[in-house]
Ligand binder design. Sequence first.
Ligand code: NAD
Length: 339
Amino acid sequence: MTTANLRVAVVGAGQMGADHIARFSHKISGAEVVAVVEPDEARAKAAVAGLPEASTRTRIEDALEKDSIDAVLIATPGPFHEAVLLPALEAGVEILCEKPLTPDSESSLRILQAEQQLDRPHIQLGFMRRFDAEYIALRELIASADAGALLMLHCAHRNASTGEGYTSSMLITDSVVHEMDVIPWLVGEPIAAVEVKKARKNSLAPAWLDDPQLIIFETISGVLADVEINVNVQFGYQVTTEAVFEKGIAEIGKTAGLMRWQDASFGGVEHVSFKTRFAAAYDSQVQRWVNAARNGTIDGPSAWDGFLAATVSEAAVEAQTTGKRVAVQYAVAKPDFYN
Ligand SMILES: NC(=O)c1ccc[n+]([C@@H]2O[C@H](COP(=O)([O-])OP(=O)(O)OC[C@H]3O[C@@H](n4cnc5c(N)ncnc54)[C@H](O)[C@@H]3O)[C@@H](O)[C@H]2O)c1
């Protein structure tokens, strides 16, 4: 491993980018933010307020040309990932890209092709649930077969509310895309088909949004995984999974922490944001990426996993639109490059 700090450009300083910049300052060792690429001037200024050495740029090309950077962390919205990934790959820098890799499988394939011009994978994808201690424990339990074979997963993904730009297809492409990665990772096999059912509409959801919905995935051996995506629950942020085995049940993601019993009631405090619910997972993801990048490798989901999720995502949007069960067809087999 090199002894020098990894010099990172953070691209996009919105809610996730700003959170990662703070993480580099307070929690991560072996890396420093040397540039922030952000077209919104006020956001860019705020992002570098505590980083007197860091430059601000409006285009990734400028940072690649003018700043000495070893790595980029991409936190722009998904439709803008490709425009940052391609020049970053061409420059040969290390990359941590927030999910999704790109919004569709065709553009994800373009990324795979560009990456394969390099000597090895350079992109780690921000599917941070793989770094969450409870998900890791559940995956180990499934792999051990201690409770017999896994039969079903019941997942829930709940947000307090959504903003104006959030559409019904984004329930799938932006939110359930996390389950599209973590379900195959837990089960150990790819998703083969998907169905989507719309529930009775929550009157507190925006008029244009069909919320909540139930997404039902089938893996190739027939494990069923249903996901309640429910993004206007008002009360907080929850991501839970119940696993049903041949001889037992396991649960992760339940509200935890201090519980109080008082005045004839009891309760604890619920998360309101992914930033606190998955804080430890983000910390672990970024630290392991930094350590790996300094060794010239990645340590987490790759662009290949992003392509798989993009393919499932497309099938799920088709299932949402048609109301039919859609078989998932992956356009290419896994290149050796990603083994
Ligand atoms: N892993 C997670 O749990 C998680 C949670 C939230 C968001 N995300 C992902 O993080 C990414 C960012 O989401 P967000 O919620 O922070 O979005 P945001 O809208 O809050 O911020 C995005 C920022 O990117 C900037 N931007 C847009 N185009 C740009 C470009 N070409 N170059 C540089 N900056 C550009 C915008 O001005 C904005 O400041 C998305 O990919 C999203 O899916 C992941």
